[in-house]
Design a protein around this ligand. Structure first.
Ligand code: TPP
Ligand code: SF4
Length: 278
């Protein structure tokens, strides 16, 4: 006989929606989706206690593939929407997700300020060093010498360094993961969600269509040879000098997160009042 008093145990399948992803076969984002659902099952959050917020891009389709609350917004504005949601509904676990173009290019300014504000939420960037959805333009993390027909000979522009920028801007948790390691990525995502404040996880997630060279990433990634630290100067030195393929939690800080002044029961009108000019 079923025990009607036993708590419901969620499995990864409970977080997967009935929509079939339309990513290209072999895209790294498939395993990021399974890592996210595994992480949520590990934490035993109910789907209705979680919101997944995104902008625009192949990777930004992820909210629709979960059973959590979802918000698929406009390009580069996912962090702004996620911040507003978390401040208005602190009871929700807010996960913002998207690509390197969405988060570091058009959304770059929001990235800096989300790290600085340190609102308690998790930001997952599926970084494939390219704009996948719009057919292969260079992104901020593209290597300067990546030769392709849209930027012959490469852009010649130094790559953006998201981890050190997150750290310098005030993110309270900084990690790198690889989509080809779904269990490790699930553990890192679970740790990021559980860590207070703004947690940033850069997930190397190959775009097999426009960057087939990234199939080689599975040979290049390796566990970070150093343990996580809560010392930002130490973490910065390590991150600045690593090869870009160290996988693991690189920084777990102790900076208190932003605490909204209003109670969880506040209405949007109460919150608006907080910002009213005298
Ligand atoms: C305001 C605005 N500018 C440009 C676009 C076109 N656009 C859509 S997705 C995208 C880039 C997506 O790249 P990324 O965020 O890296 O995601 P990926 O597709 O690689 O997962 C761009 C430039 C848009 N939708 N809206
Ligand atoms: S274009 Fe690239 S990022 Fe987009 S679904 Fe295909 S493989 Fe993935």
């Amino acid at each position: 006989m079923n025990d009607m008093t036993a708590p419901i145990a969620f499995t990864p399948a409970d977080f997967k929606s009935d929509y079939k992803p339309i990513w290209c076969p072999g895209c790294g984002d498939y395993t990021v989706l399974s890592s996210l659902t595994k992480a949520l099952a590990k934490l035993q959050r109910a789907p209705h206690e979680v919101a997944v917020v995104s902008g625009i891009g192949c990777s930004s389709r992820i909210p629709a593939y979960t059973t959590c609350y979802g918000f698929h917004g406009v390009h580069g504005r996912a962090l702004a929407a996620g911040t507003g949601l978390k401040v208005a509904r602190p009871d929700l676990t807010v996960i913002v997700a998207g690509g390197d173009g969405d988060g570091y290019s058009i959304g770059g300014n929001h990235f800096l300020h989300a790290c600085r504000r340190n609102v308690d939420m998790t930001y997952l960037v599926m970084d494939n060093h390219v704009y996948g959805m719009t057919k292969g333009q260079a992104s901020p993390t593209t290597e300067p010498d990546w030769d392709n027909k849209l930027s012959p000979g490469g852009t010649g522009i130094r790559s953006f360094h998201p981890l050190v920028i997150a750290l310098a801007s005030g993110a309270n948790f900084v990690a790198r993961a690889f989509s080809g390691d779904p269990n490790g990525t699930a553990d890192t995502i679970a740790q990021a969600i559980s860590h207070p404040g703004f947690s940033f996880v850069e997930i190397l997630s190959p775009c097999v269509t426009f960057r087939p060279d990234q199939r080689r990433w599975k040979e290049l990634v390796h566990p970070a040879p150093v343990a996580e630290t809560d010392d930002p100067a130490r973490a910065a030195r390590r991150i600045m000098t690593d090869d870009g393929f160290n996988i693991g939690v690189l920084y777990a800080g102790r900076r208190p997160g932003y605490a909204p002044r209003h109670p969880a029961s506040a209405t949007p009108a109460d919150i608006e009042q907080e910002f009213a000019l005298p």
